[in-house]
Design a protein around this ligand. Sequence first.
Ligand code: 5GP
Ligand code: MN
Length: 341
Amino acid sequence: MIDLSKYTKELSKLFLSSENILLICHINPDGDAIGSQLALYHYLKAKGKNVGLMSPNYLQEFLKWMNGADLINIFIKDRKKCRKLIVEADLIVMLDFNQSNRLGEAEDLVIVSNARKVVIDHHLGPRNFADLIISEPSKCSTSEIVHELVCEMNGAQFISRPYAEALYVGIITDTGNFEHGSYSSRTFRIVAALLDSGIEKGKILNLIYNNFSSDRIRLLGYALNKRMVVIPEYKTAYIFLSKDDLKEYNHVKGDTEGFVNMPLSIKGINFSALFIEKDGFIKLSFRSKGQFPSNEFAAQYFSGGGHLNASGGEYTDTLDNTIDFFLKVLKENAWRFEDKM
Ligand code: 5GP
Ligand code: MN
């Protein structure tokens, strides 16, 4: 087990000496971003702290049921309130990211704020933009790190049902329900304890995985049938969706979650990419099997990052040009596919 005591001495001091604590997750928050943020929120509230919550942009539909999700202030929706939260915070804890640009449009305000800053994260290659950086890439999720820190700080008596649910959501979403990622036997011990604490596993799984609209399922069918291109010589497949495609299927935030994993179930495909057309740029998601570093690929060509096998980035151009660029750099990296997969 990783020795987290090297962090908790300073972290406890920071929590103790802070009146207004602000917890911020990354832009386009996923289950682990919101799970770790809400778990820490419930813990700190149980300790009697004054805690604010902020996300750079909107939550995906399938996370909105979570206890405390309605308390998360959305920066791009409520700038005035969020600015106040940032300015008045004496401690800002940033969860599930390690580059300041993941703060989206809140980046400048957060960086210049006088608050002391903590990062809790499990991605590779943290940047130095906080006073305390708790970075443990060997952990399956930021939620798991939050729980280990809470345990190390003897916080077990502050663990509540909403805390346990948030932690469970973070762990299952970042491991694809224990299919990928760096989960360990320790993860299962934590999950066993969560189940023993009485969380309703079936209910949560339904809310996360079986809670989509029929339009979303039809969009998935369309994406796989009409918008997936398989390139066997590069062991690669990609899916692209234009704004018109999304409109046609009444897309809501979160509907394309998981699409990028699908091509990896094709025999011989080790690298998968998803292109989603946004206003003025293309959002990319990458997944790989084996040793191909999808995060390095994302960082080198698409201003992104993430994990070895799951990463993402952006490209400011049209959908067609982005795909052309992807195909060009894919060709340049062909040798890596041969060696590393
Ligand atoms: P997803 O494809 O599910 O959106 O993201 C997969 C992983 O890549 C997540 O760990 C996420 O944090 C990371 N990621 C996604 N988009 C970006 C991005 O634009 N920049 C960085 N640095 N990481 C990203
Ligand atoms: Mn995560």
